[in-house]
Design a protein. Structure first.
Length: 653
């Protein structure tokens, strides 16, 4: 007897279920109900259509009812909402725009209702100037509004993936944009030490960020909408994008007696079966098992939804496949920057009391001697057995493939030793002989083997330093350009000769720029009988943390203030639009202190009043060159940072 399968909802989960089931069973009767007009669309691409990066609206439509019928023989009934499920009679009640209300029976039922945007009960929330983004009609409404004359600014409420992507795309459309986030930082999947770089990129591109402040009320005025924040601050805007999260759209499932979790997500087993016989559920509406910590959670991502749809179809067809859990691998483009993560972050592991260790590396995206080698930051989280629990990365090139490699190793149950043994493709334009993933493995393995004891920036700041020496092993030039308060400076290359300046009865807390020289110093000192801890990620990790001096100004300004474009002109440097120069220096691919050494040598060759143009790919150079010019009394005429490249114009005094 042929199966009759009803699928409620399309997009990622429902459409993938339908297509997979048809490929497995040509004779099954498959009916898909979709309450909206569009059954399968690229919802992750919606912000980019609003931003006009994607020009053709039709390219967002993955499948239409006609194409699903032609290729897969699926009976697609759009504008048809399933209002009630009878799990005993195995029927659904449908409210159809074209055919009215009727019942349809099923042998198997797959629920893929997705989630809907949260609209809290806040005064003024129903303003026509407040928009959410979940589907094609939402997209059309927002784009039509942005296209109007006189729409000059927007406020995005919520700093998650959708909020940040919308902020970027509205900025690209020429609007003045501010993000309001109630939490201490945006982008919850990332730890603070990674997300600070994302916030800096957003601000550097002229988008304001207000942190630690939520919305109290909205009020429509004649030509704008007023936002009152919890702090009492008021903002005025032409439009608002509400992006504070989603909730599962599962009311009809609960009414049918199907078990749901604490936040309303449908509970399923590893075959995607619900508590009701013959009923499966997939996508944003289901509660899944976290692949790392094994607790129940909800992670609304397109990739897992597609896989869940395939697994539901497999089990309906009798293949007995299972879903092993979601590890939350995700990535986002933020102007020129890429940020990506996989597995658990430190915040989650700490909340669940799961012991873990952390290391940072700041490698180049490819061989440093090949043009346009850009630095990245990788954070690796692992346990005492070396099992990888999570990873995060941020940078301007090559972050995506490194996180994908790390995600694969995690999925296969790999360890930090596996990272050291990975044989990854190498040629100078693409990587280094020791890939950044290998480097992360080397550092983590050294920690586990006891060859190096490390501190994160947070641990370093909380550490009792009363009986410790803070040692900076960078060059004197780097030290003079900026160092941790209280540190003494002994360059690593002079350490053996000057080791007598250190006391063995005191603990040594030492650091270099990114960690490598610090490791060398640690090995020297430990074998000489010292107790040593190395700051993982070095001064670079410290300088981009909440504790770094270059962040204090930003965090203070973020509390209840809009960091607008004018603020950023000051924050980003001199920017006088200098174009003429007497000599140019390409310092790309050089690690600190290389760029500064080359700058000094080049300046020494110039006459007073002549101008040097410097191009560097080490982001630390941005702050280093300001300090160096101030110290040497040379005039910094112009300083710019664009997509990972730093451009400086220096006039010799």
């Amino acid at each position: 007897m042929n199966k009759k399968v009803i699928i409620v909802g399309g997009v990622a989960g429902g459409a993938s279920t339908a297509a997979r089931l048809r490929r497995l069973d040509e004779n099954a009767e498959i009916i898909m109900f979709e309450r909206d007009e569009y059954i399968s669309f690229a919802n992750c691409g919606l912000p980019y259509y609003i931003g006009e990066v994607i020009k053709d609206r039709d390219k967002l439509l993955v499948q239409t009812p006609e194409s699903m019928k032609a290729r897969f023989n699926i009976d697609v009934r759009n504008n048809s909402e399933v209002a009630y499920i009878d799990t005993v009679k195995k029927t659904v009640t449908v409210n159809s725009k074209a055919d009215g209300t009727y019942e349809e029976s099923y042998d198997y039922l797959v629920l893929s209702p997705g989630a809907k945007a949260i609209r809290p009960n806040i005064e003024g929330i129903n303003s026509k100037r407040i928009f959410t983004l979940r589907n094609i009609p939402d997209t059309d409404n927002i784009k039509a509004y942005v296209d109007k004359k006189g729409i000059n600014n927007a406020v995005v409420i919520g700093g998650g993936y959708v909020g940040v992507e919308m902020a970027e795309n509205l900025k690209e459309r020429g609007l003045h944009v501010t993000i309001v986030e109630a939490a201490p930082h945006i982008m919850a999947p990332f730890d603070t030490d990674i997300v600070l770089s994302v916030e800096k990129e957003i601000i550097d591109n002229g988008v304001g960020i207000i942190l630690n402040d939520g919305v109290k009320a909205f009020k429509d005025n004649e030509d704008s909408i007023e936002i009152t924040l919890n702090s009492g601050k008021k903002l005025n805007s032409d439009m608002i994008i509400l992006a504070i999260g989603v909730i599962p759209d599962t009311g009809f499932a609960r009414e049918a007696g199907i078990k749901t979790g604490a936040r309303g997500h449908i509970i399923v087993n590893d075959k995607m079966e619900t508590s009701a016989e013959g009923v499966f559920a997939v996508g944003d509406a289901v509660e899944v098992v976290d692949f790392i910590n094994k607790t129940n959670t909800a992670i609304p991502l397109a990739g897992p939804a597609n896989k869940q749809g395939r697994i539901a179809a497999d089990n309906i067809a009798g293949l007995e496949t299972t879903y092993k859990g979601t590890q939350g691998t995700s990535i986002i483009k933020v102007f020129g920057l890429t940020a990506a993560s996989t597995g658990n972050n430190e915040r989650t592991l700490t909340r669940l009391n799961i012991p873990h260790k952390v290391i940072f590396v700041h490698p180049a995206s490819h061989a440093s001697y090949y043009p346009a080698a850009l630095s990245m930051t990788l954070k690796l989280i692992f346990n005492d057995e070396g099992k990888i629990l999570g990873a995060q990365g941020v940078g301007y090139d090559g972050v995506d493939k490194r996180i994908d490699v790390l995600a694969t190793v995690i999925r296969l149950g790999g360890t930090v030793t596996d990272l050291t043994e990975l044989e990854l493709s190498y040629a100078p334009p693409f990587s280094s002989a020791k890939d950044p993933v290998n480097m992360a493995g080397f550092v983590a393995e050294n920690v586990l083997a006891g060859r190096m004891d490390v501190l994160t920036t947070d641990e370093f700041m909380a550490y009792d330093k009363e009986n410790a020496i803070v040692l900076d092993v960078r060059t004197e030039m780097e030290f003079d350009n900026g160092h941790i308060v209280g540190a003494i400076n002994i360059p690593v290359d002079s350490l053996r000769e000057r080791i007598g300046e250190l006391h063995k009865n005191k603990e040594i807390l030492e650091y270099c720029q990114v960690g490598l020289r610090g490791y060398v110093a640690a090995r020297i000192l430990e074998q000489k009988g010292f107790v040593v801890k190395n700051l993982t990620g070095g001064y670079k990790s410290f300088s981009i943390s909440d504790f770094g001096s270059n962040k204090v100004e930003k965090n203070e300004a973020s509390k209840g203030q809009v960091l607008d474009t004018d603020t950023q002109v000051i924050k980003n440097g001199v920017d006088k639009g200098v174009n003429n120069y007497d000599k140019s220096l390409d310092a790309c691919g050089l690690c600190c202190p290389g760029p500064l050494v080359q700058v000094k040598a080049s300046i020494d060759e110039l006459n007073s009043g002549q101008i040097l143009k410097v191009t560097a790919s080490e982001l630390g150079f941005y702050d280093d060159i300001k300090a160096w010019c101030n110290k040497t009394n040379n005039e910094l005429l112009d300083l710019r940072s664009e997509k990972g490249m730093v451009y400086a114009f220096i006039k010799k005094q």
